[in-house]
Design a protein around this ligand. Structure first.
Ligand code: SF4
Length: 481
């Protein structure tokens, strides 16, 4: 795990992936798909294409639209097969060498890979690979997969990849492009999402269905946990390289990461967030005049809270959507200023009102404190805070930017103490059972949680082999941009 660098005190998904097989506009479609996945990573984007002879790679620091809206850039990405990646680079992990898709030539030919997730034994594997002679070009855990494939003696790319995957621990949704194949695979627990779509008879793979919508592709289905799909000129083949296991999809995708208009694992994200808000209203009612979302991520849950409680919903905080990278700096001074850059109270609405603010989560509590203060200064007479998830008590090791546990306000503080810290009149979190009720599931089945909920419960679904190691120990090159 790398240093937490979120400017708005949220857990932050680190990657989105996309791929198209055999479409005349593959590169342009991939750029559009990545644009729809921009919420999954805003620091860098890349596309690799293949034209039957050669691979072409464009990788850039910045938003998708900064570079991939240019016709000359799309024109350079020749061919009708492409994969792409958006990334949220964090301190120590930034730099062009880590921007995906990663590409390598090995005995089996060219291989490009885009990965969403995090390998929890990458350090251990890299140490072994270095001892066998591997030279790593990036500090990305994804490169481990390339070296494992290159070292494999198995016949054919699918067998090599399968052998590599069996050595991995952690979370991965992967899209890979070879000279003949587009491959999509999810880890055995299906922690991160991956969906299959179809456009004009061509297969499309994407992290979320919203990326299919933007290009007009039909949603076909989710790739199953532990499933590998191999797309060739002959069509699609589904492989099951792992013994079946109960799925442990990331529950935080529903709370915050996924776009509300996406269908994820058979559920509409917006509908789940509204159901979460309704559960929150039942569990933590408030005697107030208005339900106010902390925009935008708190909005669906606030609507659900208002509908369930019968209290009017209103937009008491307005968000500025044009806060770009200029203001995203990991210093406390700028981070504190960031709340005002992003949010402004609607004073006329708030003045003299008792309000409940609904947000999706609290990480360090810094933003919540400033928003509560801002709403009070705008004239609200009471400010009650309701959080549409349980307290985040532990870090994520599965491809999400989170602070170390000691910086999570809920790791060491009671709800009462957090309430005091953020200066609210009352504070309520959704219970873990309430979260599962909103999803229509019991928390546990055969005593196993039905989702990954480790940041709330510390019950990690995979071994965390690298946790004890210093993740930075091998990262000796600091790139200066
Ligand atoms: Fe999602 Fe699990 Fe990570 Fe929490 S710990 S963000 S539930 S993958």
């Amino acid at each position: 795990m790398v240093a937490y660098n979120s400017e708005d005190d949220h857990f932050r998904d680190e990657c989105g992936i996309f791929g198209v097989f055999e479409h005349a506009d593959a590169s342009a479609l991939t750029a559009l798909g990545l644009h729809a996945l921009q919420h999954r990573g805003q620091e860098a984007a890349g596309i690799v294409s293949f034209d039957g002879q050669q691979f072409f790679s464009e990788r850039h620091i910045g938003l998708v639209g900064d570079r991939f809206s240019k016709p000359e850039v799309i024109g350079r990405l020749k061919g009708n097969r492409t994969i792409g990646h958006v990334r949220y680079a964090t301190a120590g992990g930034a730099g062009i060498r880590n921007v995906q898709p990663l590409f390598a030539e090995f005995a089996g030919g060219g291989f490009a890979v885009a990965h969403n997730g995090n390998l929890t034994n990458a350090q251990k594997l890299q140490t072994q690979l270095r001892q066998q002679g591997s030279i790593f070009q990036s500090t990305s855990d994804t490169e481990t997969i390339i070296h494992l494939i290159a070292m494999s003696q198995a016949k054919g790319i699918v067998n090599r990849l399968t052998e590599a995957l069996h050595k991995l621990e952690g979370a991965y949704s992967i899209i890979a492009l070879t000279e003949k194949k587009l491959v999509g695979v999810r880890d055995p627990l299906g922690v991160r999402p991956l969906v299959l779509g179809m456009l004009d008879g061509s297969y499309v793979l994407a992290s979320e269905s919203c990326a299919l919508d933007i290009i007009g592709a039909d949603f076909v289905r989710d790739i199953e946990p532990g499933e590998m799909v191999v797309i060739t000129e002959r069509g699609i083949a589904s492989h099951a390289p792992f013994a079946p296991k109960p799925s442990r999809f990331c529950v935080f995708e529903y709370v915050y990461f996924a776009r509300p208009d996406s269908m994820v694992e058979g559920r509409n994200v917006y509908a789940v967030r509204k159901a979460i808000g309704a559960e929150l209203a039942n569990e933590s009612p408030a005697d107030v005049d208005l339900v106010i979302p902390v925009p935008d991520s708190g909005t669906p849950a606030a609507i659900g809270y208002a509908e369930s409680s019968g209290i009017p919903f209103d937009l008491g905080i307005v968000r500025n959507h044009y806060v770009g990278r200029t203001f995203i700096e990991p210093t406390d001074a700028i981070r504190h200023m960031g709340v005002k850059l992003k949010h402004n109270p609607n004073r006329l609405l708030l003045s003299g009102k008792r309000v409940v603010l609904v947000d999706d989560s609290i990480v360090r509590g810094t933003t919540s404190r400033m928003i509560v203060q801002m709403v009070r200064e705008a004239g609200a007479t009471e400010v009650h805070m309701r959080i549409a998830s349980p307290p985040t008590r532990d870090a994520c090791y599965y491809g999400v930017d989170t602070p170390q546990k000691e910086h999570l306000i809920a790791a060491k503080n009671s709800v009462g103490a957090i309430c005091e810290t953020i200066g609210a009149d009352s504070l309520g979190f959704l219970s873990i059972d309430g979260l599962y009720r909103a999803l229509g599931e019991a928390h546990r089945n055969n005593d196993i949680p039905q989702f990954c909920d480790a940041c709330f419960t510390s019950e990690y679904p995979t071994p965390l082999s690298d946790r004890a190691e210093n993740a930075a120990s091998h990262h000796r090159l600091v790139e200066v941009e």
